[in-house]
Design a protein around this ligand. Structure first.
Ligand code: RP5
Length: 152
């Protein structure tokens, strides 16, 4: 993520990864303030054994796109809600990538972070049967938790 201020959003991705028993590294890398850190992480990510990158950033959110430009790993972008424009700036700057450098863009904020965790899990589950079973269980529990009475 681009800043420590993104953690209250991005922790929702981390919570899903924790629940599903998926190992991950959570780190702050700013495209603007720490460009060398972004280069070092992105160019080494595949070699280090990562399978998916979840990149959350707000405002002029270049982090996911720049990361995607330097790795063949799938990059999932989470637009963090910004103060000035409520995350519309983040959303558009992450979603509007030029053809040839894809970023899978999620919803703004907490839902996007949570779904980034779930989408990463679904990608990893295509080649991991035990994770696939845990993800199926998670989804079944979610379904079971939804009642029919609108009054709760
Ligand atoms: C972006 O700028 C970060 O991803 C964050 O969402 C936003 C504000 O960062 P801080 O000023 O709080 O560090 O790069």
């Amino acid at each position: 993520m681009g800043s420590t201020s993104d953690w209250p959003t991005m922790e929702h991705a981390a919570m899903i990864l924790d629940e599903l028993g998926i190992a991950y590294e959570a780190t702050v890398i700013s495209a603007h303030r720490t460009p060398q850190r972004l280069y070092d992480f992105s160019t080494a990510a595949a070699e280090r054994g990562f399978k998916v990158v979840i990149a959350g950033a707000g405002g002029a959110a270049h982090l996911p796109g720049m990361c995607a430009s330097m790795t063949r790993l799938p990059v999932l972008g989470v637009p963090v809600e910004s103060k000035a424009l409520s995350g519309m700036d983040s959303l558009l700057s992450i979603a509007q990538m030029p053809g040839g450098v894809p970023v899978g863009t999620l919803a703004i904020g907490k839902s996007g972070a949570k779904n980034a965790g779930l989408l990463a899990a679904a990608m990893l589950a295509t080649s991991d049967d035990r994770l696939a079973a845990r993800l199926d269980d998670w989804r079944a529990r979610q379904t079971d938790s939804i009642g029919t009475d609108p009054r709760g």
